[in-house]
Structures are given as structure tokens and as C-alpha cells.
Design a protein. Structure first.
Length: 246
């Protein structure tokens, strides 16, 4: 697996993986979104991993995650191609994801391998982000998650204003610029919340390693806990001054 970006912790990567699974879905089998969610046939596997054709399905990288249900043996290239063709021509309906795609598949995907593949893809694509974040190591972990999650859907080169705001430590503007028309509204809202939490972490001098709870919610994550602002021992004038910094 590719190495972590400098300044990113294992805990942040683990949160990013869990966050991505929550938004992209957890489907350890090949499935199709056509025509229910996509006018074109689009075979997908795992956590939003597109499979372009039967040769890609039979590639060592994808095939290594699958075994045959009946025997437990690794899936062969031909078995992967056959399953791809079955799924490619199978229309998706509102209620047949598990009955027609998962239950009728002769193959099973290993969840551990699926998550390792997701982590590797997140890190590999980060290396291809196409936009520099010179101070990535120093920004709040929640902003790191937002950036790497955004990059999973579109390289950072497509969001120069968002990246410029991050480089200026203006996470409130980064939150506004993270909106992508046409993306899942829940994903947009989640990125917005992560950046806004980062803004509060900076404003109140909280630990930059602060992450939301790993056990949800993710759509969007919860607000940063600011209950300390309401403790009686903090004078009202101080609390008001802190709030105006946002």
C-alpha cells in the first residue's frame, strides 16, 4: 500500500476509510446501477470501484479480492469475466441489489481485501491530486479527511479555489468552495461540515488531531463539541469573544 501523506495519522486514515464506506456503500460483490441510477451500464464493486470491462474484472488486482463461494478457492480469470458479463447485462431495480446481484453470484469478495484496496486507491489518487497543499501536515485532521475524500471523487486540480482557501487556513471559505453541483447532497454536506469543524478547531485552538466519532454519523458528521463554551467558569465576555472569531 502507498505511504501516508506526511503529517497524516493512522487514525485519520482509518476515519477516512470508514467515512468513505459510509458514503459510497459497502458492496462486496459486482453490481450494476443501470438503468435505476445510471442510463449507462456501469459495473461496480466494493466501495464505488468502477469495473470498465471484463478484462479489468479479471485483472490480478481485482481478482485477488474474490473467491468462489462453493469452494473457497481464488476466482479464476474466466470466472471473473463470466460474472462481469452476467452483471453487465442485468438491469438494476429498486429491490434486487442483494437478491439478483449478491445472492446469485458464484463469487464472494473478501471484506479485508476490499478495505485494503480502498485505502490503497485513496492514497494512490492522492499522489495524483494535481494541486499542492504545502502545509498539509499542519492542517486539522478533519480538513485532511475532507480533502482526501473530495479527491476520491475528483482530483484536487478541479478545485483551485477550495485549495487556495485551505492553503490560506480559511476553512470557512474552503467549506463553501467544496460544493460540487451534481454530487450526492449528503457528501457535499459532509465535506462542508468537516471544513467548518476545522475552522472551529483553528479558531478555538483545539487539538488539530480532533476527529469526529468513528461510529457515525457521517451524513454529515456531527458538529465539533463546543460545550466548553458554556461552562459557568468561563466569563460571558470571553465566550462571546471566542464565538466572534468564527
Amino acid at each position: 500500500m502507498s505511504s501516508l501523506p506526511s503529517g497524516m495519522s493512522d487514525a485519520t486514515l482509518n476515519y477516512l476509510i470508514t467515512f468513505t464506506v459510509a458514503h459510497e456503500g459497502d458492496t462486496p460483490f459486482m453490481y450494476n446501477n443501470w438503468p435505476l441510477k445510471n442510463p449507462n451500464k456501469d459495473v461496480t464493486v466494493g466501495v464505488g470501484r468502477a469495473i470498465d470491462d471484463e478484462n479489468m474484472a479479471a485483472s490480478a488486482e481485482i481478482r485477488s479480492m474474490f473467491t468462489v463461494k462453493a469452494t473457497g478457492l481464488p476466482a479464476s480469470p474466466q470466472e471473473m469475466k463470466t460474472e462481469f458479463r452476467r452483471v453487465y447485462d442485468l438491469a438494476r431495480t429498486a429491490d434486487n441489489l442483494h437478491s439478483d446481484f449478491e445472492a446469485k453470484s458464484p463469487l464472494k469478495m473478501d471484506r479485508g481485501a476490499m478495505l485494503r484496496s480502498l485505502a490503497d486507491k485513496l492514497l494512490n489518487w492522492w499522489d495524483q491530486k494535481g494541486q499542492s497543499i504545502p502545509d498539509f501536515a499542519a492542517i486539522p485532521a478533519q480538513a485532511q479527511v475532507a480533502l482526501m475524500s473530495y479527491n476520491y471523487g475528483a482530483r484536487l486540480r478541479t478545485a483551485p479555489k477550495m485549495c487556495a482557501a485551505v492553503n490560506s487556513k480559511d476553512f470557512t471559505t474552503a467549506a463553501k468552495e467544496s460544493l460540487v453541483p451534481g454530487w450526492d447532497p449528503q457528501k457535499n454536506a459532509a465535506h462542508n461540515k468537516l471544513f467548518m469543524n476545522a475552522a472551529m478547531i483553528v479558531a478555538f485552538g483545539r487539538d488539530v488531531a480532533t476527529l469526529p466519532p468513528v461510529i457515525g454519523p457521517f451524513k454529515p458528521p456531527p458538529d465539533l463539541d463546543l460545550s466548553f463554551l458554556y461552562f459557568p467558569m468561563i466569563p460571558l465576555i470571553v465566550r462571546q469573544a471566542m464565538l466572534t472569531r468564527l
